[in-house]
Design a protein around this ligand. Structure first.
Ligand code: SF4
Length: 337
């Protein structure tokens, strides 16, 4: 019978979570790392999970699985009990939600405890002493939750009391400095890791505002609308239309992938330009305004006419609109979010 103990790790992919997995694995524990994703962070990994898992195994010797918690997360974001940070980031409830989900998965992995890469004092909202306590209490993970990088500043957890983990062999990291972590990483021959700048759009001024605006229209909060909101230049049109215009080939491609029945796709007919996606409106004036915006951001032909043709495609049917670029004075009159 397999007696090797197993732990589940919350794995962000940042250095702290990598180290948390490695220092626990070093004590003979099998670590199953879970990477939770939502449209606000790491959603693109869903499309390349196998590749990502391989990379994490080869680079850090960590076995990672991806778990999509979008639906639960979107619900939580309506009213996170512990409020928001500086932007629209509900960091404490985000951690609590992930721990609740990890706890539910423990039995399936025959795991006896959970680990995170949290470090006391590293982040202003979610890694203060009092909030670390709130997180374990409100997620119901209490003594199940080992934070191996700062366990020495916390009361002993079940894994330590049972002798599965030798507390004395754990490192001790604290505060915002990274030198201890960098030294630990070097000890594991890990030199290539992501920089600490977070990849969570809920902390981004511009994108967080877009999401906040969406949450004022409760009935429109869903996965597709959130994903749509995060791409390109965004405009709110007078008759209810939402327009996104790609700023790069990647964003143009992303908008095409996000197109749903009823959405309109706009592109220039005879010169290079952006792809645009119009949602929630079929109103002729929203459509002609969208066309004028697409022409505005499209390529100009030196010495050629400013106006050109825009292909408007809806549910596989194309129509052509002749349009001039939207003049500056009219741009000021539409809401850009
Ligand atoms: S920054 Fe984003 S992903 Fe990180 S804890 Fe806060 S809400 Fe969650």
């Amino acid at each position: 019978m397999d007696k090797q103990p197993t732990a589940i790790a919350l794995f962000s992919g940042g250095l702290d979570s990598i180290l948390a997995c490695r220092v626990v694995a070093e004590q003979g524990v099998r670590v199953k790392a879970l990477k939770f994703i939502t449209p606000f962070f790491d959603y693109d990994l869903l499309a390349r999970e196998a590749q990502y898992r391989k990379k994490m195994r080869e680079k850090y010797d960590i076995d990672v699985e991806i778990k999509d918690i979008t639906d639960l997360y979107l619900d939580m974001l309506h009213d996170p009990p512990h409020g928001f940070g500086k932007r629209f980031n509900p960091c404490i409830d985000c951690k609590i939600l992930m721990l609740i989900e990890a706890k539910k998965l423990m039995a399936g992995y025959q795991a006896s405890f959970i680990i995170t890469g949290e470090v006391l004092g590293q982040r202003p909202m979610s890694q203060r002493k009092d909030t670390l306590r709130v997180i374990e209490r409100d997620s119901g993970t209490d003594s199940l939750l080992l934070r191996p990088l700062c366990a020495k500043s916390q009361k002993p957890t079940a894994a330590e009391l049972a002798g599965t983990i030798d507390r004395e062999k754990l490192p001790y990291c604290s505060g915002r400095g990274r030198s201890k972590q960098i030294e630990l990483a070097a000890g594991f021959n890990i030199t290539d890791y992501p920089s600490p700048a977070g990849g969570c759009v809920l902390t981004d001024l511009n994108l967080a505002n877009r999401i906040k605006t969406l949450y004022r229209q409760r009935e429109r909060v869903n996965r597709d609308n959130v994903r749509f909101l995060l791409v390109g230049r965004q405009f709110r049109l007078p008759h209810g239309g939402w327009l996104a215009i790609g700023r790069s080939q990647d964003e143009n491609d992303a908008l095409l992938r996000l197109c749903q029945p009823g959405d309109l796709v706009l592109k220039l007919n005879d010169r290079p330009g952006p792809t645009a996606l119009l949602r929630h409106s079929n109103h002729p004036s929203d459509i002609s305004l969208s066309a004028a915006l697409v022409v505005r951001y499209g390529k100009k032909i030196p010495g050629g006419p400013l106006e050109t043709e825009v292909i408007v495609r809806q549910d596989q049917r194309d129509t052509l609109l002749h349009s001039s670029p939207l003049p500056d004075e009219q741009l000021a009159g539409i809401t850009i979010i």
